[in-house]
Ligand binder design. Structure first.
Ligand code: PRP
Length: 178
């Protein structure tokens, strides 16, 4: 594709890792029902693939958040634009994210969700970008650690586009500069 500079993680690598994560989650939650909490929109593709490889019973719920501040950096002030539809009290909640960057979004969400008294609350992220971390986040499941580059595809967007691309790539500079 003419928007791709470099592929960072191929479709096959993603699918293999997602299968491994699904198996690990299935083992760890043996005998339990899992509430998969997808953070929209980036987590959607990952949720769909991950859920196929979880053998325990699962339910889905969704949250949307938006952070104030400029578009390229999370400000840490998070607003819930779509809340959960069901109570998570007493449930085993697994947050499904596409990427953890500064950690500010999840830091806010963890506090918010803990206050709703789930039986357990864990985090599964496909990508971890530790170079930018501003607040420590206890991540339970990580797909890949990624370098501090602008990444697009498999949930990650550029101006809301390219979330549907099945691999993760660095876009061409011309594309971003436009
Ligand atoms: C991305 C990602 C996380 C957050 C991580 O979402 O899905 O929710 O940023 O960044 P942080 O660790 O620096 O807080 P984004 O706000 O881009 O929304 P989207 O999922 O709709 O693309």
């Amino acid at each position: 594709m003419d928007i791709v500079d470099r592929i960072i993680i191929s479709e096959e690598e993603i699918q293999n890792r997602v299968r491994e994560l699904g198996a690990a989650i299935s083992r760890d939650y043996a005998g339990k029902t899992i509430t998969l909490l997808c953070i929209l929109k980036g987590g959607l593709m990952f949720l769909c693939d991950l859920a196929k490889h979880i053998t325990q019973p699962v339910t889905y719920d969704f949250m949307s958040v938006s952070s104030y501040g400029d578009a390229t950096e999370t400000s840490g002030v998070v607003r819930i634009t779509k809340d959960l539809e069901e109570s998570i009290e007493g449930k085993h909640v697994l947050i499904v994210e596409d990427i953890i960057d500064t950690g500010l979004t999840l830091s806010y969400l963890l506090k918010n969700l803990h206050s709703r008294n789930p039986a357990s609350l864990r985090i599964c992220t496909l990508l971890d970008k530790p170079a930018n971390r501003r607040v420590e986040i206890p991540i339970d499941y990580v797909g890949f650690e990624v370098p501090n580059e602008f990444l697009v595809g498999y949930g990650l967007d550029f101006k809301q586009l390219y979330r549907n691309i099945p691999f993760i790539f660095v876009p061409k500079r011309e594309l971003i500069a436009d």
